[in-house]
Design a binder for this molecule. Structure first.
Ligand SMILES: Nc1nc2c(ncn2[C@@H]2O[C@H](COP(=O)(O)OP(=O)(O)OP(=O)(O)O)[C@@H](O)[C@H]2O)c(=O)[nH]1
Ligand SMILES: [Mg+2]
Length: 449
């Protein structure tokens, strides 16, 4: 990383000030070339200097320059921040000049990426920077700042420490079986330690899923056959006529979404196209989308029609949602009953005309996700899909190790699973990583961060 990057770090628009930031070995030198005030190469680190940006004999702006020398900076490189007067023309002009005289435009998230690659922050903390910027509720902000201050990383590192001690003991046993004074690693020694790690990881995983919900909300898919009243239900939840409702089967073709807040948690409702066999190309695509929404949702509300018998399609859908979190909503309770409920359980009867059953649905959601107890949780856990899937993997590794122990598999085989767990936990904080992953993570950042 020998080049010097530069970008506008404040949002571009009319404001009182905007900040142009540089990071890299040439930062101070480059700004010094266009700064009139004092020689920035001679000033102390972490100081601010008043003067003008001047280029080709033209004064561009009156500015304050912050000089921060490596290594005590965000990127651990030299950083210069130019506080200019806010305004698109001025800010862009300064950026343009810096690019002309040798800086390179930073990619999205490149400052944070450098902070990570230079060991200033780990991967979880880097992701927290991005989360902090986009957080739009008080809870998601609290979650992000907790991650950024390293509580989550400490938790993961703690587990890794336990495993490393275990691994080194196993290694010594395998390599030096003849030494009498080495503590023998037997199943009875291993078992309690592995169980303890399993309990820790399970707890982290459970609480992480809650954190994800705090950050992203609960995605609730409303699915069912055409004309059962899915869009009517969405509109009831949102309290607005968001989706088109008609008595024509196949009205909804594409996904319609809307959110409400329940107990401070965002519920993202996703109304889908009614599922049926169809030769209509547009509707077919809609049905495919509905089916994939089922797979991605945290909760499924399957809507059935009280006024019709169960059909083949209803039965297929009931099969499809098995094993997932779901609620059955039997709609149109105002119409004469034709549906046989005897084989159904876990259902709520209601209708969207009088709103019967809607409050019950909300209560059921609160109960299913324990929304009442959410606030009291300590928010230091994983909060994105990447982190959560890695904890799941690490937990699986430990479970495999425990199974192997129970089946009296030789210890060097058990060691492989324990080692995988250690590596997987390392991936979470970015001790081991692939370049493509790093690119993917930082690509989602905004420019200037
Ligand atoms: N009687 C009665 N009619 C209802 C109720 N809910 C919806 N309807 C009617 O049922 C018809 C279909 O409603 P929609 O909400 O469009 O149904 P949908 O499931 O979204 O249908 P598609 O988009 O075609 O899949 C409309 O004429 C609604 O007015 C209800 O609770 N009772
Ligand atoms: Mg609809």
């Amino acid at each position: 990383m020998t080049d010097t990057i530069c970008s506008i770090s404040t949002s571009l628009g009319t404001g009182a000030i905007s900040i142009i930031r540089l990071s890299g070995p040439e930062s101070i030198n480059l700004v010094n070339k266009i700064f009139t005030g004092k020689d920035l190469n001679q000033v102390e680190s972490h100081t601010i200097h008043y003067g003008y940006i001047k280029y080709q004999n033209e004064i561009i702006d009156e500015v304050l320059i912050t000089i921060m020398k490596a290594p005590k900076t965000f990127t651990r490189e030299d950083i210069v921040e130019i506080n200019a007067h806010g305004g698109i023309a001025t800010t862009n002009k300064i950026l343009e000049i810096l690019l002309t005289i040798g800086a390179r435009l930073a990619e999205p998230g490149e400052f944070t990426k450098r902070a990570f690659l230079n060991g200033r922050i780990d991967l979880v903390e880097a992701e927290a920077v991005s989360d902090l910027i986009v957080s739009d509720t008080e809870d998601s902000r609290a979650l992000a700042i907790n991650q950024l201050t390293g509580s989550l990383s400490a938790l993961i590192n703690n587990e890794r420490k336990k495993i490393v001690t275990l691994l080194s003991n196993i290694e010594v046993n395998i390599d030096y079986p003849e030494y009498e004074d080495i503590k023998k690693i037997t199943n009875s020694v291993l078992l309690p330690i592995l169980k303890e790690i399993k309990i820790d990881l399970t707890k982290i995983l459970e609480e992480s899923k809650i954190s994800k919900i705090i950050k992203e909300g609960i995605n609730i898919a409303i699915v069912g056959r055409p004309n059962v009243g899915k869009s009517s239900l969405l509109n009831k939840f949102l309290n607005e006529e968001k989706a088109i409702v008609t008595n024509i089967a196949g009205t909804t073709r594409d996904i319609v979404e809307g959110s409400i807040s329940l107990k401070g948690i965002k519920l993202n409702f996703i109304d889908t196209a009614g599922i049926r066999e169809t030769s209509d190309i547009v509707e077919k695509i809609g049905v495919e989308r509905s089916l994939s929404t089922i797979n991605k949702a945290d909760l499924i509300i399957l809507v059935l029609n009280n006024a019709e018998e169960l059909t083949e399609e209803d039965l297929n859908l009931l099969k499809k949602i098995k094993g997932k979190k779901y609620i059955l909503f039997i709609n149109k309770s105002d119409l004469p009953k034709e549906l046989d409920y005897s084989n159904l359980n876990n259902y709520i009867l209601g209708n969207t005309l009088t709103s019967d059953g809607i409050d019950l649905l909300k209560e059921k959601i609160i109960e299913l996700f324990n929304l009442d107890t959410f606030k009291s949780k300590n928010l230091v856990y994983m909060s994105n899909a990447r982190q959560i899937s890695l904890v799941e993997k690490a937990l699986k590794n430990i479970e495999n190790a425990l199974d192997a122990l129970k089946n009296n598999i030789p210890i060097d085989m058990v060691e492989i699973d324990i080692k995988s767990c250690f590596d997987t936990l390392g991936e979470i904080i970015g001790v081991t990583y692939k370049d493509e992953l790093i690119d993917e993570i930082f690509k989602n950042f905004c420019i200037g961060k």
